[in-house]
Design a binder for this molecule. Structure first.
Ligand SMILES: [Zn+2]
Length: 200
Protein backbone atom coordinates (compact mmCIF):
# COMPACT_ATOMS: atom_id res chain seq x y z
CA UNK A 1 0.00 0.00 0.00
CA UNK A 2 1.28 3.41 -0.87
CA UNK A 3 0.90 5.85 1.90
CA UNK A 4 -1.31 8.71 0.93
CA UNK A 5 0.63 9.47 -2.18
CA UNK A 6 -1.60 10.79 -4.89
CA UNK A 7 -4.68 10.69 -2.77
CA UNK A 8 -7.09 13.45 -2.10
CA UNK A 9 -7.57 14.51 1.43
CA UNK A 10 -10.41 16.53 2.75
CA UNK A 11 -9.66 19.66 4.65
CA UNK A 12 -6.30 20.31 3.11
CA UNK A 13 -5.77 23.63 1.52
CA UNK A 14 -5.46 23.15 -2.21
CA UNK A 15 -2.02 23.90 -3.49
CA UNK A 16 -3.05 24.36 -7.05
CA UNK A 17 -5.48 27.21 -6.71
CA UNK A 18 -4.80 30.85 -6.38
CA UNK A 19 -1.62 30.47 -8.36
CA UNK A 20 -1.31 32.63 -11.39
CA UNK A 21 -0.37 30.48 -14.33
CA UNK A 22 1.22 32.25 -17.29
CA UNK A 23 -0.70 31.73 -20.55
CA UNK A 24 2.18 30.01 -22.35
CA UNK A 25 2.57 27.59 -19.45
CA UNK A 26 -1.16 26.83 -19.59
CA UNK A 27 -0.82 26.14 -23.28
CA UNK A 28 2.15 23.88 -22.65
CA UNK A 29 0.23 21.90 -20.04
CA UNK A 30 -2.65 21.32 -22.45
CA UNK A 31 -0.24 20.29 -25.18
CA UNK A 32 1.65 18.01 -22.86
CA UNK A 33 -1.50 16.28 -21.61
CA UNK A 34 -2.51 15.77 -25.22
CA UNK A 35 0.87 14.31 -26.14
CA UNK A 36 0.93 12.10 -23.08
CA UNK A 37 -2.52 10.86 -24.04
CA UNK A 38 -1.50 10.19 -27.63
CA UNK A 39 1.51 8.24 -26.42
CA UNK A 40 -0.85 6.09 -24.41
CA UNK A 41 0.95 7.16 -21.29
CA UNK A 42 -2.19 8.25 -19.51
CA UNK A 43 -4.20 5.34 -20.81
CA UNK A 44 -2.09 2.83 -18.94
CA UNK A 45 -2.22 4.52 -15.60
CA UNK A 46 -5.82 3.99 -14.54
CA UNK A 47 -5.17 0.23 -14.30
CA UNK A 48 -6.39 -1.28 -11.09
CA UNK A 49 -8.19 1.82 -9.96
CA UNK A 50 -11.79 1.56 -8.79
CA UNK A 51 -13.27 3.25 -11.83
CA UNK A 52 -10.67 2.97 -14.55
CA UNK A 53 -13.15 3.53 -17.36
CA UNK A 54 -14.48 6.79 -15.99
CA UNK A 55 -11.00 8.02 -15.27
CA UNK A 56 -9.89 7.07 -18.75
CA UNK A 57 -12.78 8.86 -20.39
CA UNK A 58 -12.15 11.93 -18.28
CA UNK A 59 -8.48 11.97 -19.18
CA UNK A 60 -9.25 11.59 -22.84
CA UNK A 61 -11.55 14.58 -22.55
CA UNK A 62 -8.82 16.56 -20.82
CA UNK A 63 -6.47 15.64 -23.64
CA UNK A 64 -9.06 16.77 -26.15
CA UNK A 65 -9.34 20.08 -24.40
CA UNK A 66 -12.93 19.59 -23.30
CA UNK A 67 -12.24 20.65 -19.76
CA UNK A 68 -10.75 23.66 -18.18
CA UNK A 69 -7.98 21.93 -16.33
CA UNK A 70 -7.13 24.89 -14.17
CA UNK A 71 -8.92 25.55 -10.92
CA UNK A 72 -11.39 23.14 -9.40
CA UNK A 73 -11.53 20.84 -12.37
CA UNK A 74 -7.81 20.33 -12.23
CA UNK A 75 -7.10 16.69 -11.34
CA UNK A 76 -4.62 18.09 -8.88
CA UNK A 77 -7.20 20.21 -7.07
CA UNK A 78 -6.63 19.71 -3.38
CA UNK A 79 -3.64 17.58 -4.15
CA UNK A 80 -0.95 17.23 -1.56
CA UNK A 81 2.74 16.79 -1.91
CA UNK A 82 4.19 13.94 0.07
CA UNK A 83 4.74 14.82 3.70
CA UNK A 84 8.45 14.61 3.30
CA UNK A 85 8.51 17.01 0.38
CA UNK A 86 6.14 19.37 2.18
CA UNK A 87 8.45 19.39 5.14
CA UNK A 88 11.38 20.21 2.95
CA UNK A 89 9.42 22.87 1.08
CA UNK A 90 8.31 24.50 4.27
CA UNK A 91 11.87 24.88 5.33
CA UNK A 92 12.75 26.25 1.95
CA UNK A 93 9.77 28.39 1.09
CA UNK A 94 11.84 31.21 -0.22
CA UNK A 95 15.41 31.34 -1.28
CA UNK A 96 17.39 32.13 1.81
CA UNK A 97 19.91 34.83 2.07
CA UNK A 98 22.93 34.48 4.20
CA UNK A 99 25.78 32.16 4.74
CA UNK A 100 24.41 28.86 3.51
CA UNK A 101 22.92 30.25 0.36
CA UNK A 102 25.92 32.39 -0.43
CA UNK A 103 28.07 29.40 0.11
CA UNK A 104 26.26 27.51 -2.60
CA UNK A 105 25.75 30.44 -4.92
CA UNK A 106 28.89 32.45 -4.80
CA UNK A 107 31.51 31.51 -7.30
CA UNK A 108 32.11 28.02 -6.02
CA UNK A 109 31.35 26.27 -9.24
CA UNK A 110 33.93 23.57 -8.49
CA UNK A 111 31.82 22.47 -5.51
CA UNK A 112 28.66 22.35 -7.61
CA UNK A 113 30.52 20.48 -10.29
CA UNK A 114 31.69 18.02 -7.66
CA UNK A 115 28.10 17.51 -6.47
CA UNK A 116 26.99 16.81 -10.03
CA UNK A 117 29.72 14.21 -10.26
CA UNK A 118 28.68 12.60 -6.99
CA UNK A 119 27.06 9.22 -6.56
CA UNK A 120 24.09 10.80 -4.83
CA UNK A 121 23.45 13.15 -7.73
CA UNK A 122 23.73 10.37 -10.27
CA UNK A 123 21.32 8.27 -8.23
CA UNK A 124 18.86 11.18 -8.11
CA UNK A 125 19.13 11.71 -11.85
CA UNK A 126 18.59 8.03 -12.60
CA UNK A 127 15.53 7.90 -10.39
CA UNK A 128 14.06 10.93 -12.13
CA UNK A 129 14.78 9.40 -15.57
CA UNK A 130 13.30 6.10 -14.51
CA UNK A 131 10.10 7.66 -13.21
CA UNK A 132 9.77 9.64 -16.45
CA UNK A 133 10.77 6.69 -18.62
CA UNK A 134 13.69 8.63 -20.08
CA UNK A 135 11.33 10.81 -22.06
CA UNK A 136 11.23 14.60 -22.09
CA UNK A 137 8.11 15.67 -20.23
CA UNK A 138 7.75 18.81 -22.28
CA UNK A 139 7.91 17.58 -25.87
CA UNK A 140 7.64 13.78 -25.40
CA UNK A 141 10.13 13.32 -28.19
CA UNK A 142 11.57 9.87 -27.58
CA UNK A 143 14.73 10.34 -29.58
CA UNK A 144 16.21 13.28 -27.78
CA UNK A 145 19.09 13.29 -25.34
CA UNK A 146 17.62 13.81 -21.88
CA UNK A 147 18.74 15.75 -18.84
CA UNK A 148 17.33 15.99 -15.33
CA UNK A 149 15.99 19.41 -14.43
CA UNK A 150 15.67 20.72 -10.89
CA UNK A 151 12.17 22.17 -10.54
CA UNK A 152 13.21 24.31 -7.63
CA UNK A 153 16.63 25.62 -8.46
CA UNK A 154 19.72 23.63 -7.60
CA UNK A 155 21.49 26.74 -6.38
CA UNK A 156 18.69 28.07 -4.20
CA UNK A 157 17.29 24.90 -2.65
CA UNK A 158 20.21 22.73 -1.56
CA UNK A 159 17.91 20.55 0.55
CA UNK A 160 15.84 19.59 -2.51
CA UNK A 161 18.79 18.70 -4.71
CA UNK A 162 18.37 14.98 -4.30
CA UNK A 163 14.61 14.93 -3.92
CA UNK A 164 13.12 12.96 -6.79
CA UNK A 165 9.92 15.03 -6.50
CA UNK A 166 12.02 18.06 -7.34
CA UNK A 167 13.31 16.62 -10.59
CA UNK A 168 11.88 16.16 -14.06
CA UNK A 169 13.22 14.72 -17.30
CA UNK A 170 13.71 17.19 -20.14
CA UNK A 171 15.50 17.00 -23.45
CA UNK A 172 18.32 19.45 -23.95
CA UNK A 173 16.25 21.69 -26.20
CA UNK A 174 13.36 22.01 -23.76
CA UNK A 175 15.75 22.30 -20.84
CA UNK A 176 17.31 25.33 -22.51
CA UNK A 177 13.89 26.84 -22.92
CA UNK A 178 13.43 26.86 -19.16
CA UNK A 179 16.78 28.47 -18.35
CA UNK A 180 16.40 31.79 -16.58
CA UNK A 181 12.64 31.21 -16.40
CA UNK A 182 12.69 28.48 -13.77
CA UNK A 183 10.03 30.07 -11.60
CA UNK A 184 7.60 30.34 -14.47
CA UNK A 185 7.89 26.65 -15.27
CA UNK A 186 7.61 25.36 -11.72
CA UNK A 187 3.83 25.04 -11.94
CA UNK A 188 3.97 23.12 -15.18
CA UNK A 189 6.51 20.63 -13.90
CA UNK A 190 4.84 20.08 -10.56
CA UNK A 191 1.55 19.67 -12.36
CA UNK A 192 3.01 17.10 -14.73
CA UNK A 193 4.55 15.05 -11.95
CA UNK A 194 1.46 15.22 -9.81
CA UNK A 195 -0.80 14.19 -12.66
CA UNK A 196 1.23 11.03 -13.03
CA UNK A 197 1.31 10.41 -9.32
CA UNK A 198 -2.39 11.01 -9.08
CA UNK A 199 -3.00 8.36 -11.68
CA UNK A 200 -0.42 5.88 -10.48
ZN1 LIG B 1 11.82 18.18 -24.98
Amino acid sequence: MKKNKGQFKKGNKPQWTGKKVPEDVKKKISESVKKAWERGELKGYPKGRPNPKIREVRLKEVAEGKHNIFGEKNPMYGKKHSDETLKKMRSSNKPRKGKLNNFWKGGITPINAKIRESKEYKKWRNEVFKRDEYICKMCYNKKRYVEAHHIKKFSEYPELRFDVDNGITLCRKCHNETKHHEKKWEFFFEWTINLRRHLA
